[in-house]
Design a protein around this ligand. Structure first.
Ligand SMILES: [Zn+2]
Length: 144
């Protein structure tokens, strides 16, 4: 993937454990020590009970496409070259309230425009895969 893409900061105070897990091939979510609610993206406080304590729970890494869009120009230059491409929101089987945004790809290292957007269906089962881009291992989705 082109380094001109916008990447998350793997050393971010709240999200570093998430990115350390993806580097190991694991998908993890914060799990509140006060009420047990899981949350993604990482943040310091539980939105339900305001606890600052949490653990990092290992997730199964499977889910279904909850929604998606097909990106078209105008886009940032690195993305414009790949348009049209998909951006999917995946509801995780572990907890359908947990949703991650990513791309549906045909292989872990695949391009984000290699799936024909006309073939994508809401509810399709998917599984997580990871692609190393610089210092970050990005979660992506393949059809399960
Ligand atoms: Zn809580």
């Amino acid at each position: 993937m082109d380094p001109a893409f916008i990447l998350p900061d793997p050393d971010d105070d709240d999200a570093a454990p998430f990115w350390q897990a993806t580097a190991r091939g694991e998908l993890r979510a914060q799990s509140c020590s006060g009420c047990g609610r899981r949350r993604i993206p990482p943040r310091p406080m539980c939105p339900a009970c305001r606890s600052l304590e949490h653990t990092w729970e290992l997730l199964f890494g499977r889910g279904s496409i909850w929604s998606y869009v097909v990106a078209h120009p105008p886009l940032l230059p690195a993305y414009q070259a790949l348009a049209p491409y998909n951006v999917v929101t995946v509801a995780l089987d572990d907890d359908p309230g947990l949703r991650l945004v990513g791309n549906l790809v045909a292989s872990p290292e695949g391009a984000i425009n290699e799936i024909d957007p006309a073939t994508i269906r809401i509810g399709e089962p998917v599984r997580v895969v990871f692609q190393q881009v610089g210092d970050v291992y990005l979660p992506r989705w393949m059809r399960a």
